[in-house]
Design a binder for this molecule. Structure first.
Ligand code: HEM
Length: 422
């Protein structure tokens, strides 16, 4: 089957909107551009221009419709996480073998071994035992925020600490070391953001934050922590991982993956959800009065504000997707944020409907790599929204959010709000 796009001339193609430039996303997800791509070119060629000191790349296919995003994520035989790893930017070829030690960057069947070992550590019981701790933490942070009386930055006063401290507890990182984790994740996730100064290497080029050189400190720490847990086992993830058959190198990578995947995602989701509630006082009111289900609200807030904007795959063979020919070796990038707003699947996709059901959003991905921490993330978010509702009579936005400059994480750096007196 040949689509009109295959026949489209180069001029028409160059007029497709750009969704690559990380600076575009700092103004909020470019929903109009995504809609145009979904309608006109659901698998659209994107240029990868040099930006923010990073060199130009070969370009990629942007996949924007829900059905195609799911198709790509469920077909690792065609769309590989291993060939070029999972970030839009190509890694330095010398770093690729190293990056592939992480299960995120593997394909079945190899991926299955690490995934099974990790799943055993993420038992539902361990996550459920965590609820009381998360609740007490949310309550304490929100009470402190309310003490300020007027306007507060919800990110700085509540949600950043909430996400980080929950994760460090689950991992079993001692309280004194939590700041280290924060600094390491910032470096990896915020590397496109001008607020996070890039580390420059030879020739003044930024050093890839996922390279072995940048991660040495974190890996040494992971080994130390694992050795400590073997001597002093506790009910935490690092104890569970350190006592499995994971090789040392795999354990280090796991620690890195969990630190990054588990922190910035929840750190984005919590203020993102509050922003959506603040923008829709009607739905917020229904939630406060208990008229909307908490579980469906958590899902809907994740749909409208997906913490992960995109993930990359590489074509392992020639393929066709939505009528577009993809060649072996091409980069294929799925945009979760666009899939979640696809009008082919979600009625009135820009309306916040806290009772939306079904809600097949792809914020946690799909296929073999579907988020391993989804259960833990949902618990944290549910507890956070419940405690927010308990702590105040409602949330008013007191200014515009400041967003992360990134085409990967839908980050919110600050969110000024007023918490109304109960
Ligand atoms: C709202 C919060 C979260 C969101 C939106 C999210 C999203 C995602 C997505 C989209 C993927 C798929 C990656 C791919 O397709 O290549 C993923 C994978 C993963 N996530 Fe999450 N995540 C969240 C929270 C967490 C938490 C709290 C943890 C751990 C503590 C975690 C651990 C992981 C791991 C280990 C993987 C890799 C799974 C694999 O490769 O098999 N995530 N996440």
């Amino acid at each position: 089957m040949s689509s009109p796009l295959l026949q489209a001339g180069p001029v028409e193609r160059t007029h497709l909107p750009d969704v690559f430039d990380p600076r575009i996303h700092a103004a909020g997800p470019p929903h109009d551009a995504f809609r145009e791509l979904r309608d006109r070119a659901p698998v659209a060629r994107q240029e990868e221009r040099a930006v923010l000191g990073w060199p130009a790349g070969p370009g990629f296919w942007a996949v924007t419709r829900h059905a195609d995003v799911v198709r790509v994520l469920k077909d690792p035989g065609t769309y590989s996480s291993w060939l070029g790893a999972t970030q839009i930017r190509d890694p330095d070829p010398a770093d690729l073998p190293f990056i592939r030690r992480m299960m995120l960057n593997q394909d079945p069947p190899e991926h299955g071994r690490l995934r099974r070992l990790a799943s055993r550590a993420f038992t539902p019981g361990r996550i459920a035992r965590f609820e009381a701790t998360a609740r007490a933490r949310a309550r304490r942070l929100l009470a402190a925020a309310r003490q300020t009386g007027g306007e507060v930055d919800l990110v700085r006063t509540v949600t950043d600490d909430y996400a980080l401290l929950n994760l460090t507890d689950l991992l079993g990182v001692p309280a004194g070391d939590r700041g280290l984790l924060h600094a390491w994740t910032e470096r990896v996730i915020a590397y496109q953001d001008p607020d996070e100064p890039a580390v420059l290497g030879a020739g003044g080029r930024p050093v890839d934050p996922r390279s072995p050189a940048m991660l040495a400190e974190m890996f040494a720490y992971a080994q130390e922590l694992a050795a400590h847990k073997r001597r002093h086992p506790a009910d935490d993830l690092m104890t569970a991982l350190a006592t499995t058959e994971l090789a040392d190198a795999e354990l280090e990578m796991f620690f890195f993956l969990l630190t990054v995947a588990g922190n910035d995602t929840v750190r984005s989701a919590a203020p993102g959800g509050v922003l959506a509630l603040g923008e829709d006082p009607g739905e917020q009111g229904r939630f406060w009065r208990g008229e909307a289900g908490t579980d469906t609200a958590v899902e809907e807030l994740l749909r409208v504000h997906p913490p992960v904007l995109s993930f990359r795959r590489t074509a392992a063979r020639d393929a066709e997707l939505a009528g577009t020919r993809i060649s072996e070796g091409d980069k294929v990038v799925v945009f979760h944020v666009s899939a979640n707003h696809d009008e082919r699947v979600f009625a009135d996709p820009h309306r916040l409907d806290l009772d939306r059901r079904p809600n097949p959003h792809v914020s946690f991905g799909d296929g073999p790599h579907v988020c391993l921490g989804a259960h833990f993330a949902r618990l944290q978010l549910r507890v956070f929204y419940e405690e927010l509702r308990e702590s105040c009579a409602g949330v008013e936005l007191a200014g515009a959010p400041r967003r992360l400059v990134s085409n990967f994480i839908n980050g919110i750096k600050s969110l000024p709000v007023r918490l109304r007196e109960p």
